[in-house]
Design a protein around this ligand. Sequence first.
Ligand code: DGL
Length: 235
Amino acid sequence: MIGIIDSGMGGLSTLATLIHAKADHQFLYYADVLHAPYGNKGQWDIYKAIKTCIHTLCGYGVDQIVIACNTASFAALSACQEEFSIPIYGVLPSVDEAKEAGGTTLLLATAYTTSQPFPREIVPIALPSLATLVDLYYPYQMDPILSYLERELSGYNGIENVVLGCTHYELIGEEIRSILRAKRTFYGSNSILRQLKKATPGTGWQLDILSSGSIDHERYSDVLSLLLDRQSNLR
Ligand code: DGL
């Protein structure tokens, strides 16, 4: 069973990528809403929160973990990989791919992620309220999300590449691309496919969702269905 961790619904984008590519798996998703948003916290607090999530998931018998969060992967992945004996994987922004594509690259991410060192060609922009707005309103009330994006991203129109450096932003990747009129959009969740063990074929996929605070399970299921539809349409 694969355990998947995020501060809220952002990790559903990584989960959808995994389900689509590795359908024969059991997944246990952990939404750590009690500590959301991670992106406005310091490294120690994020690390403590992630460790608690991992302990909880291990208690349910997961044998691999995906930290489906760029912020937490920067803050806690290497320490957790050393401390726990099961394989732990992370999601990080696809800045190298964007660099290879050439042109100007905006990295949109949380305040914690944009404070990390990035190559000179990458322009990091922190969107400190976006993950919270997504958790509150996506996908049924898009107005607050779109007004925030339009306000924060005006002035960057027409750039070549946009790297979505937060899994929450992957849910609204198309909206971000169209506001920026960007040529290319890079999704970090895709990198997870190269990292995980194969499933035993023929078992189908199964999902349970846990959380550290109250969440709307129906909305989580709706978002996952939406993302899975999108993935199928891409093929
Ligand atoms: N989804 C997380 C990421 O990829 C961050 C959201 C938050 O700030 O909690 O960085």
